[in-house]
Each structure stands twice: as structure tokens, then as C-alpha cells.
Design a protein. Sequence first.
Length: 282
Amino acid sequence: MPPASPELISPRSPRVSAARRLAKRNFRGKERLFLAEGPQAVREAAAHGSTLVELFTTVEAAERYADIIGEARAAGARVHLADEQVIADISTTVTPQGLVGICRFVDTPFEEILTARPKLVAVLAHVRDPGNAGTVLRCADAAGAEAVVLTDASVDLYNPKAVRASVGSLFHLPVAVGVPVERAVAGLQDAGVRILAADGAGDRDLDDELDKGTMGGPTAWVFGNEAWGLPEETRALADAVVRVPIHGKAESLNLATAAAVCLYASARAQRGTGGCRTVTKA
């Protein structure tokens, strides 16, 4: 393939310095830009309108991922050829994969999510670990959720670890950020969405709810902090507090696993007989 640029970009280039600063939240917020690392994230960013602004790539990565380089250029991104040291300086991973993109923020206003009348939503309230946030976003995407909401008490959506953990799902579905949990719950309820708080001490059992056929309508699951779950005032906002049953001897499930179970349970119920997304066979 033709080289990404006539020569390697200098480590002292202002473009490299600007990219390096995006590892810090205050610079991301000021510039409304974030880093997307690795072939999957860069490919998804390139496919997401004009989201991908710049791409730094090693010679080896440019040859290995020539299709991604072409997609980045077609999306209007500036492509810079860089040596491995430059990529290591920009990257936030221990073993960079040779591709680091700079992307525009992609979050969606909460009002737009409500206007779309979503049927399945994940609300992250007090979720502080970026890896968990990204993984729950990925689970929501896989389960067919139409939106994810991160409350103002949760981690930064554009934290590099959260972006990596989403494995490209960040670019697939609307995500609202910085929404107070009270506003998130009230807005979704007004849009006809039932609010279920996921909590290990919930008074309702997920299996029982499925057996009773109560899970087929529009639903938003509220997930809490990794260590202490949901505070009482947040649980009180929900229409029901539901626990995932533990049939074996495990003490509990981690946040991402519990979220996957809950979201897939709703997705299955919504596609069953009488669910809000019933599939009609031809």
C-alpha cells in the first residue's frame, strides 16, 4: 500500500503532543476528543460518520490493516505514519497494536434517547470502574439494547480503558452521559419504560419475574457500584428491585456478568410471545 504520509511523524510534533494529552480527562473534555486504540475500535470509528479525526499507525500496522487505513482515509481522517516509540507514547496500553485514533465525542443528548422510545436501556449509576463500564456497554449492545445512560456519578465514558473494554460498541448505540440518576429514571418512566434496579438483595427474583411474564415490556435496568451496589435512595426510584438468583455456591456475580444476565433476560422476554418486540414468522 502507499505510505500513510511521506515520512514518519516526529515525536516532537504538536500533533503527537496533542494526542498524548488526551489520556487525561480534563484535556478530553476541553477538546471533546478521545483516543481509540487497536484495529477494532479504529475500524468502528471510521465507519461512524466523521468521528475519526486522525490516525497514527506504524509501518507494520499500516501494511497489516491496509483496509482500515483505507477506511480511515475515506472517512476524512488524517493518517500519520509513526514509529513504535511514538505509538507507545500516545497509547495507554502496555502492548500497543500499532493503531491509535483520535475521535470526536459521540455521546447523545438524553432527550434524544427518550424521543426514540427505547425498549431496552442500561443505566449505569455509580459505576466507577472504566473496564466494567465499557464491558456493560458491550453487553448492552450485544443484547440489542437501544441505549446506555451513564449518570453523573459514574466513570468517564471516554476513559481509554472504558473505550477499549467496549470493543467498538461505543460507536454502535446511543450513550448519554452525566445524567443525574433521578432525571434518568423519571425521564424513562415518562417514556413508558419500566425501571428495574439490579441488586443482590432485591426482593424479587429474576427467574420468578420471567416465569410470571412481567419482563416483556420496555425496560431499563439500573446497575450500581461494583463494591456496594445501589444506595437505598436509588433503589427506591425503581419500579422493582430484582436479584439474579444464585443456584450454586458462588457468593455473588460481578457487575458485568450480572448486567449480561439481566439484559439478555429482558431481550429474550421482549422477543417472546406477547413481548414488545415479538418476531412474527413469515
